[in-house]
Ligand binder design. Sequence first.
Ligand code: 5GP
Ligand code: ZN
Length: 159
Amino acid sequence: MEECLFCKIVAGQIPAEKVYEDSDVIAFLDINPRNPGHTLVIPKKHFSDLLEMDDEYAMKLFVAVKRIAKAIKDGIKADGISISQSNGRAAGQVVNHMHVHVIPRFFNEGPVGLESILPTKKIDQGSMKNISNILKEAISKVSEVSKPASEKKEMEFEF
Ligand code: 5GP
Ligand code: ZN
């Protein structure tokens, strides 16, 4: 992925304010921070988004996200942390290399939570049931092929 901006950051071809690195993951400050300490956590390997990632890599990435979120909360003395991750243009993804935003949040700022990016919608009971059925059917078909064979086990969903 030679033309990928974040692959270039991983390769050190473009400078970034790196705050964390391990064998699979790096984290660096967002160049246009939503708040001081806004950090991007990315896999070193190129995946376009979360849905493309194998489970083992996704687990490693999110363990790093948790660690960085804790460090930002302690280090920046944030009141809270927002984790944001977009998949595809419709979701607002601009950079096509999987990344997780870890954003410190403060009581004295504007609107908080999901409502600030996407207002709630009224959906009637029948449609909710229909959507639930569609999702249950779809989830039962999502295989665990991306998981290493050694860790494959039946996933259980409770509805
Ligand atoms: P997205 O909208 O794709 O979820 O977020 C992409 C993020 O990458 C944006 O918040 C943007 O500020 C950040 N970004 C874009 N280019 C660069 C860059 O060259 N360096 C760094 N550190 N961040 C970048
Ligand atoms: Zn890339």
